[in-house]
Design a binder for this molecule. Structure first.
Ligand SMILES: [Zn+2]
Length: 343
């Protein structure tokens, strides 16, 4: 983690309302120190270089859920039912990030329904959190590249609203326009269950992207964001999921398509991500057949939450002798290039 941003003045989510009166009270997980700090084995000089690189460059996480969950995982469903997930301002202030693509409630978007992904679920999730964003001055709701550059200039963090599936548009294409109007700037095609645009993770398909898809993405100038949700990006060399397993995928993708087409979207949150998977196992319905054998972890060491992710990624790159230019590309430069083209 980095020192707390000077622009963060201690705002906590829904600070303009009265907790327990205006909205339900939950004891939340700690944003800082919930799991032991990752030890990347860096020297003081290398640590200093990590801090400098994050200070000098635009760092963009292409996929997170920048919220804090209840400490008791048994309360996650009730908490999400309120629609008022709490944005993790305190944690983001330690992240070193310039911008975070926030994917809101994803497969746990069960506000008005048990199965999630309804149009109304999305409106609750977006509306509450964006209202809260409008009440403070540390996070900015970014809808343009200029907003991201301005956040860097002002020492703030830009939050880009994204949704992991297009399920909620059903057969109403105008809803894409409406979501754009609400400030959504990124959308996945399908999550677990198939929708009208494509098959999801619950379908009988290999979960990881095959080489031909990664190559096709790179050939069109795109960027691959590496994922780190628990028990996803394992590797043969590091079967117990950690930063090292994810970086094996990084090296593989760089070898395959070059350093201009790779970045990171660890897909983390503040709270027990494995607990979320257990809570919503029926909703997600992930199946992989045959599933590779791997140990279960309580959390992904080194990539557990948005506060620590980019410090540890840059630390790994520094320790493996990547140049400042290469690191600048993979922590944000590549994404910025694509955003300038597609937004
Ligand atoms: Zn996600």
């Amino acid at each position: 983690m980095q020192p707390e941003s000077a622009s963060y003045r201690g705002y906590h989510a829904y600070g303009y309302l009265e907790q327990g009166v205006d909205y339900a009270d939950f004891k939340l997980a700690d944003q800082i120190g919930r799991v032991p700090a990752y030890d990347g084995g860096l020297s003081a000089e290398q640590d200093e270089r990590v801090g400098r690189i994050l200070a000098e460059n635009i760092a963009i996480s292409l996929h997170e859920h920048a919220v804090v969950l209840p400490e008791d995982t048994g309360e996650i469903r009730a908490y999400n039912r309120t629609g008022r997930q709490r944005t993790a301002y305190e944690g983001l202030a330690r992240s070193g990030l310039t911008a975070v693509f926030d994917n809101f409630m994803a497969g746990a978007s069960c506000v008005t329904s048990e199965n999630g992904w309804k149009w109304s679920d999305m409106i609750y999730a977006l509306g509450f959190r964006l209202a809260d964003l409008a009440k403070q001055d540390f996070l900015t709701h970014a809808t343009t590249v200029a907003d991201i550059r301005a956040a860097k200039r002002d020492g703030r963090v830009a939050l880009v609203a994204g949704l992991e599936s297009s399920t909620m548009i059903e057969n109403e294409l105008d809803r894409l326009d409406m979501l754009y109007g609400f400030g959504v700037r990124q959308m996945g095609i399908a999550y677990s269950q198939a929708n009208q645009l494509g098959g999801g993770l619950a379908e009988p398909t290999n979960r990881m992207k095959p080489d031909e898809v990664i190559r096709a993405c790179a050939e069109r100038g795109g960027v691959i964001g590496l994922e780190a949700a628990p028990h996803t990006t394992l590797s043969d060399r590091h079967k117990s999921h950690s930063l090292e397993s994810v970086m094996d995928h990084f090296v593989y993708c760089v070898d395959l398509v070059g350093i201009d087409h790779v970045t990171f979207g660890p897909d983390t949150m503040f709270g027990d991500h494995v607990g979320v998977h257990n809570t919503y196992a029926g909703n997600y319905g992930h199946k992989q057949d045959p599933a590779p054998e791997h140990p279960r972890v309580a959390y992904v060491d080194g990539l557990e939450n948005p506060a620590e992710n980019f410090t540890n990624i840059v630390g790994w790159l520094v320790r493996h002798d990547y140049s400042d230019d290469e690191i600048a590309k993979v922590i944000g430069g590549n994404t910025l290039r694509v955003l300038e083209h597609v937004w």
